[in-house]
Design a protein around this ligand. Structure first.
Ligand code: ATP
Ligand code: MG
Length: 315
């Protein structure tokens, strides 16, 4: 049977905003029936629009690639772990996936088994000079996903980019060259709201926010949400929140359960259903250069990241 979708769900699928979906309905590009203040749109109508529409024929682009920025200015909350495992989860769904390491610590590149000390070029060169072709810099990892790796050079980018015209948009321009080659691009951000993170937010379609289930971790969320609002009003109108991902969840403690409950109350509908559990296996996997899927495929955390990848894939 045909599933019925809300305007927002259709907007997510098409990677456009809800206003555009309403316009499509008015123009007859999409069929749907009005129920109260929203519409019910059959999934088949969305599929047929997607088949009919190519980025050039559409007039309005329906991008086939979804760029997800994994962001939290707090350190050690599971950004890199979530970037890597979500990317591999998407690859296991048959998608073409690129990870972008935007953190000068290069933890993602190292976790994915890239010998960063021997790299001649990294995302840094491609960001700083638009004449640099990013393709030769991209590496394939053992897990099957591609990576645009980082090296410590990237630390200088925050300073060097300051003098570049439209310095917030250099990553967006770089990814525009790569979008046609991938279904998903997942960006691992550094633990700050500096220029690199702003570049990621300006380039992204959606934001995934990993959050450790402890009191202090939730305090920074307000600042992050304010930053997202600013980015939306100045740089990237259509930036949406894919969701808040509770990480390192220790279900044995009441504290973690309370934090999760409070989070769901404060951000209704925005917290992913299944938290990522705290597990030493997650810590061990990157040392072997592997994702949790390849290190311990039957682990709860592998299952949770697989589910997350499905949600991210739906957009
Ligand atoms: N579910 C988990 N269970 C146990 N350990 C975890 C889990 N997720 C991540 N870790 C560990 O916690 C540490 C921090 O994780 P990670 O590097 O992903 O965070 P981060 O937000 O990227 O950190 P940074 O802000 O420094 O970039 C790492 O040692 C990682 O292996
Ligand atoms: Mg990290």
């Amino acid at each position: 049977m045909d599933r019925m979708l809300s305007t927002q769900e259709v907007a997510n699928r098409l990677a456009v905003d809800a206003k555009t979906v309403r316009r499509y309905l008015r123009q007859g590009k999409l069929s749907g029936s009005r129920i109260g203040r929203d519409y019910r749109i059959p999934e088949s109508a969305v599929a047929s629009l997607l088949r009919r529409t190519s980025p050039t024929a559409a007039g309005t682009a329906v991008p086939s690639c979804v760029v997800t920025a994994v962001v939290n200015q707090k350190g050690g909350v599971g950004k890199t772990t979530s970037t890597f495992n979500t990317a591999v989860g998407l690859h296991k769904l048959g998608r073409r996936v690129l990870m972008v390491d935007l953190d000068p610590q290069a933890s993602l590149s190292v976790s994915a088994g890239i010998p960063v000390a021997h790299l001649k070029a990294s995302v840094y060169q491609a960001l700083l000079d638009e004449a640099v072709d990013p393709l030769p810099i991209i590496r394939e990892t053992l897990s099957g996903v591609d990576i645009l790796p980082a090296t410590i050079d990237l630390a200088a980018a925050e300073v060097e980019l300051v003098n570049v015209t439209l310095r917030e948009l250099v990553l967006r321009d770089l990814l525009a060259k790569l979008r046609p080659r991938y279904d998903h691009i997942v960006i691992d951000c550094p633990p700050s709201l500096g220029l690199l993170t702003i570049n990621a937010l300006a380039a992204a379609d959606q934001v995934l926010i990993p959050l450790e289930c402890e009191y202090l971790a939730t305090r920074g969320l307000t600042l992050l949400m304010q930053t997202l609002d600013k980015v939306r009003s100045r740089l990237n109108r259509d930036l949406r929140i894919a969701g808040i991902l509770p990480t390192m969840f220790d279900g044995r403690t009441t504290h973690a359960k309370e934090i999760l409950g409070e989070l769901r109350t404060a951000f209704p509908g925005q917290v992913f259903e299944e938290p990522i559990k705290l597990s030493v296996r997650v810590k061990e996997a990157p040392a072997a250069g592997l994702s949790i899927f390849d290190y311990d495929p039957n682990h709860d955390v592998a299952r949770a990241y697989a589910r997350l990848a499905q949600e991210v894939d739906r957009g």
